[in-house]
Design a binder for this molecule. Sequence first.
Ligand SMILES: C=C(O[C@@H]1C=C(C(=O)O)C=C[C@H]1O)C(=O)O
Length: 297
Amino acid sequence: MARLGDISFLNCAPLRWGLADSGAGAELDVRSGPPEWLADELLAGRLDISPVSLARYLGQADELVLLPGPAIGSDGPVRSCHLVSRGPLEELDGRVVALSEVSRTTALLARLLLEDLVGVRPVYRRAPQNVGEMLGSAQAAVVIGDDALRLRTRTPEGLRVFDTGELWRSWTGLPMVFAVWAVRRDYALAHPDRVRAVRDALTDAVRRARAAPAAVAASAALESARGPGGALPEEVLLDYFRVLDYSLGDRQLASIREFARRTEARGEVPPGVRPLPPTTFVDTPVTASPSVPGGRQ
Ligand SMILES: C=C(O[C@@H]1C=C(C(=O)O)C=C[C@H]1O)C(=O)O
């Protein structure tokens, strides 16, 4: 039975719903947690397939294979990956920007946007994701997931919320991919049939969820009510799942390459982030090493 990761944020609620609806979830050993924990578990061999932050996949692409199934992104605003600031972004030069420890991709994207689009050089500090505490000692903060979704619906006085998916789209014309599903390379080599079955189950889960938006939003609203931040209205979740893009097509792959290129081009690549290696899909034989014929994409 494949051990499958699941991001414990509402962004994966439609997949949870779809896997329950089809019954495929019962055939899988599903483990939920925040994205950084999932990536650690996957690399430690305690998960076989999991959604991971895009930046994390790019940094570990020797050990991981990209699953050509779903991804988590948006073609414009994403509603839950934000740069929250007390003032205009142009005023962040030399000021402290707190980066959520929960995020890798949005944290990196925010740095790209601030430095290469806005043209400021802030000072960055990683911090636990708690907006109040982050903004107690910083001028701006990167926040993701359910906390970020809530911030958009109830923005505290004096704060401006900048949607990083929207900024990336207007900067590059491309959708943004925040997370991808990755498979441990050794698992993909040993169990290609199981990997294909999981890919098909996830793809089917997205299709089912897309066909039943009201039921998915109602289920996610109940899920949100159990969380520490309290219930989110169904209409907010309907809009969120409409905006979230779970596809990994040509434009999303082009965006991943562009993100890797811009990250590298800054000359200040954070540890672990390297250009996108050849994308090894599970329908073609998976090799033990990432240097497959065909070369770098
Ligand atoms: C859309 C989101 O996608 C995510 C963003 C991530 C990141 O910034 O590193 C990681 C995983 C996903 O949960 C979100 O969390 O709101």
